[in-house]
Design a protein around this ligand. Structure first.
Ligand code: ADP
Ligand code: MG
Length: 385
């Protein structure tokens, strides 16, 4: 109808989740809720509790902020909701049977007599979930089943980036330097040959972890058994990597809307102060608890190194078949060569997180970044490409 305002895009912000990064995800979601322009977006917040229950969240950024030093969590007593993997539903269903203002979607059909209430179709899901059951292809699989477009990478890239073994295989196949490593499956020990090849120190890490949980640096082979045990508490499959000597640098990558290839942000540098009691690397403590980590956004690197990092970040994004966004973490050796450490398909997304800060430094502020991700998701849709 001429003159009528375009229908607002209905976005479900999905947050919380079953991983150790539950609280970080809530904080990210609060920031996205705040940034979404309500004149253009109709927003529904959907929380996943630590035990995996889906509930309708408050559309209130303040409820998801850190308050008086207390980290936010999803309220398990809120109204239960589901997103069925059925494309003819295409949206959320509340399970309490209470009439709510249903949206225009096909979800209204026939659900009331089941005691369930359709909440209308969802145009885009923003799965702000980190780690297993969120960043690893599982939620992406559900959304593909449901045919609901979503922000970020699809099933394959999400799963590949979550498993550091297969991530490295794909990065190496694309010709990227990933440094020496080996994989130990459950029960396997590090061979003498591998000890010699990798040398000390090594980093021992769970193959499918995050937030540095279960990661140790080993400076003496006598400490290897303890490190393997810590990593295997997270995942029976572990990686043992040669420690890379170099600066720790991160780079944001975004899909492009104009049909061009993915674009890289200016890189940033993380420096972790090595003091008594600190692990001397970017461990859980330095990431979330202490102020040992310093961030330089953008990183103060020689121009040619900046260019190399940005180019390598884009190559890593393409190698894993990422979509939407990813943060590519690398080491820059003293000679300027770049080793890729990992690719995060749903990086931390608070305004003080590295990914939004790197894009802000590159000229794309937080609200425009969120807009671009939603637009990319809408354009990308679901299914094969
Ligand atoms: N091979 C390595 N050489 C040097 N430092 C490493 C190496 N692997 C990991 N680290 C340190 O450990 C941190 C966490 O490792 P990472 O592989 O990024 O795991 P996570 O997925 O938990 O973030 C890195 O940010 C870095 O400080
Ligand atoms: Mg990391």
């Amino acid at each position: 109808m001429p003159g009528s305002p375009p229908r607002r895009t209905r976005i479900a912000v999905l947050y919380g989740g079953r991983s150790t990064e539950h609280a970080i995800s809530c904080v990210s979601a609060g920031s996205v809720l705040r940034a979404l322009d309500r004149r253009r977006y109709d927003v529904v917040a959907v929380g996943i509790t630590p035990d995996g229950r889906w509930v309708l969240g408050p559309d209130d950024p303040d409820a998801l902020a850190v308050r008086d030093g207390v980290l936010p969590a999803v309220d398990a007593t809120a109204r239960p909701v589901v997103l069925p993997g059925d494309p003819t539903v295409g949206g959320l269903i509340a399970l309490d049977g209470v009439a709510v203002s249903a949206g225009p979607g096909p979800a209204d059909r026939g659900t009331a007599d089941l005691g369930a209430v359709g909440l209308g179709a969802v145009d885009v899901v923003f799965p702000l979930l980190h780690g297993p059951f969120g960043e690893d292809g599982t939620v992406q699989g559900l959304l593909e089943m449901a045919a609901v477009p979503y922000v970020g990478s699809g099933v394959f890239a999400s799963a590949a980036a979550m498993d550091k073994q297969y991530m490295k295989i794909l990065l190496a196949a694309a010709g990227l330097d990933i440094g020496p490593y080996t994989v130990l499956r459950a029960g396997q020990a590090l061979s003498g040959d591998d000890r010699e090849r990798l040398g000390l120190p090594v980093f021992v890490k769970p193959a499918r972890g995050g937030s540095s949980i279960g990661i140790s640096r080993v400076d003496a082979w006598d400490d290897l058994a303890t490190a393997l045990k810590a990593a295997r508490a997270v995942d029976p499959k572990v990686l043992v990597e040669a420690a890379v000597v170099g600066r720790e640098v991160e780079c944001g990558v975004l899909g492009s809307l104009d049909g061009g290839g993915p674009e890289a942000s200016l890189p940033a540098e993380v420096t972790v102060a090595s003091s008594a009691g600190s692990a001397g690397f970017y461990d859980f403590e330095a990431k979330y608890l202490s102020d040992a980590a310093r961030f330089d956004v953008p990183a103060n690197l020689p121009a040619e190194v900046t260019a190399a990092v940005r180019q390598i970040a884009v190559r890593a994004f393409v190698a894993l078949d990422c979509a939407g966004l990813a943060r590519v973490d690398v080491f820059v050796r003293p000679d300027g060569s770049v080793v890729v450490n990992e690719v995060n398909t749903m990086p931390g997304f608070t305004p003080t997180s590295m990914f939004p800060r790197m894009w802000a430094a590159t000229g794309l502020d937080y609200p425009r970044l969120v807009d671009r991700l939603v637009a990319l998701a809408t354009r990308h849709g679901t299914g094969l490409h």
